[in-house]
Ligand binder design. Structure first.
Ligand SMILES: *Cc1c(COP(=O)(O)O)cnc(C)c1O
Length: 370
C-alpha cells in the first residue's frame, strides 16, 4: 500500500493522540465549571490537523468551534454536524459576507465596517443573522475599541437585524496570573457587557480558564491546552501530551577531538565523539534556534543537538549511548512524554504554540485513539 510505503520511507513520524485532545477538552470543561467549553481549531488545529481533531472533539461533545479565517471555516464546515457552531474570528473580509451565510458560519465582528456590512446583508435577506461581537479590552489588535463600542451601545439600530450570540474579548497575558492587565481587562469586559444586549459572554482562552471563576463567563475558548501546551507559566502542566515526534538516525559516525560538525562548524568535538544525524530539519519546522541548544531522547537518555540545524537534518551527540545500542535506522524522540512541547519551546527560545504550528508536512502522520 502506498501509504505504508510512504511510512517506511519517511524520515520522521508524527503521532497525534486524538484521545488525549479529547481528555484535555474534558479536563478544561471541568475546570471551567458550568461554562460551555468550545475549542479553537484555527491554523489547522495548531498544526495537528483540524479535519481529524475537530470531528473527534465533536464526538466528545464539543459544539462550539473557532477558526481564524473564512477559508478554514469553509473547509471544516462539512466535517461537523449542523448543530456545531463554527465561528470565524477574523470576521468577513469585505464582500465575503454572503459566503458566511452560504456555508453556515458565524462571523466574529471586529470593527464597525464589519458590523455594518453584516447588518446590511441581514436587511437585504430580510432575516436575522447570527453574530459575535468582539470588544477590545487591551489587546489593541482586533475588536471594537471603547469609543466604537460606545457608538454601538448608544445606537439601538446598530445591532438591529442581528442575533447577537456572543460578546467576546481576548486576554493579553492570561498565562501569567500575576499580570495586572488581567484584572483590568476583566473590568473593561464587564462594563462592555453591561452596555450591550444580553448574549453569551466569552473571555477566557486556555490560560484564562485557570485565572479563576470570574474569568470564565458563559463560553470558554481553549486552543493550546487542548494540544498539550501548559496553560499556566511556571506551574505543573495538567494537560496530557498529544504529540510524539520521532526521527530516524540516517547516519552514525565517529569523529576525532577537534572535528567541526555541520554548517559553519558551529560545534567542535572536545573529545572523540559519535554523531547521529537525524532526518528532521528546519524545513520540517525543527527551528534553527535548536542549534547547539535542543535535546532529543533515545531510550531514556537525553542527547544534545550539536551544531546548526540544517534544512533536512540535525546532528546530535550520541557519544554517551553505550556502543551498539543506537544504530542507523533507529528512531529518536524529538517530542513526546519526556520532552514536551513546552520543553522544546524553552530550548528554542519560543512558545509551545510555535513548536506545534511549525510541525512540517514531510512527517508520516498517524492519528491514534480516534
Ligand atoms: C487563538 C485564540 C484563542 C485560543 O487561545 P489559546 O491560548 O491557544 O487557548 C482564543 N481566543 C482568540 C481570540 C484567539 O485568537
Amino acid at each position: 500500500m502506498s501509504s505504508a510505503r510512504a511510512h517506511t520511507n519517511a524520515g520522521a513520524w508524527l503521532e497525534i493522540r486524538l484521545d488525549a485532545v479529547c481528555a484535555n477538552w474534558r479536563l478544561l470543561r471541568q475546570q471551567a465549571e458550568g461554562a460551555v467549553c468550545g475549542a479553537v481549531v484555527k491554523a489547522d488545529a495548531y498544526g495537528l490537523g483540524a479535519a481529524r481533531v475537530a470531528p473527534a472533539l465533536y464526538r466528545a461533545g464539543c459544539r462550539h468551534f473557532f477558526v481564524a479565517h473564512l477559508d478554514e471555516g469553509i473547509a471544516l464546515r462539512p466535517l461537523l454536524d449542523t448543530d456545531a457552531i463554527l465561528y470565524v474570528m477574523h470576521g468577513p473580509p469585505p464582500g465575503s459576507e454572503p459566503e458566511f451565510v452560504a456555508h453556515g458560519l458565524v462571523p466574529v465582528l471586529n470593527s464597525l465596517p464589519q458590523l455594518d456590512a453584516w447588518q446590511r446583508l441581514a436587511h437585504a435577506l430580510g432575516r436575522e443573522l447570527p453574530a459575535v461581537l468582539q470588544v477590545d479590552t487591551g489587546m489593541a489588535r482586533m475588536g471594537l475599541p471603547a469609543d466604537e463600542l460606545e457608538a454601538v451601545a448608544n445606537d439601538e439600530g446598530r445591532l438591529r437585524g442581528l442575533a447577537l450570540q456572543v460578546v467576546m474579548s481576548h486576554l493579553v497575558s492570561a498565562e501569567d496570573p500575576a499580570a495586572p492587565i488581567n484584572a483590568r481587562q476583566l473590568e473593561r469586559f464587564r462594563s462592555a457587557l453591561a452596555r450591550l444586549p444580553r448574549a453569551r459572554a466569552s473571555l477566557a482562552n486556555s490560560s484564562g480558564i485557570f485565572l479563576g471563576p470570574e474569568y470564565r463567563f458563559d463560553l470558554v475558548r481553549p486552543g493550546a491546552a487542548l494540544y498539550g501546551v501548559a496553560p499556566v507559566a511556571g506551574a505543573a502542566n495538567p494537560m496530557r501530551p498529544v504529540v510524539r515526534l520521532r526521527s530516524k538516525v540516517i547516519q552514525l559516525r565517529r569523529i576525532e577531538t577537534g572535528t567541526g560538525v555541520g554548517y559553519g562548524h558551529a560545534w567542535v568535538a572536545s573529545r572523540p565523539s559519535r554523531i547521529a544525524t537525524l532526518a528532521t530539519g528546519y524545513a520540517d519546522g525543527w527551528l534553527r534556534s535548536f542549534g547547539n541548544r535542543g535535546e532529543v531522547e533515545f531510550e531514556g537518555r537525553r542527547l544534545p543537538v550539536v551544531g546548526r540545524v540544517s534544512m533536512d537534518a540535525i546532528t546530535v551527540d550520541a557519544t554517551d549511548v553505550p556502543e551498539g545500542q543506537l544504530a542507523e535506522g533507529a528512531l529518536v524522540d524529538l517530542l513526546g512524554d519526556s520532552i514536551g512541547v513546552d520543553d522544546a519551546a524553552r530550548a528554542a527560545g519560543t512558545i509551545g504554540y510555535e513548536i506545534l504550528t511549525s510541525l512540517g508536512g514531510r512527517y508520516a502522520r498517524s492519528y491514534l485513539g480516534a
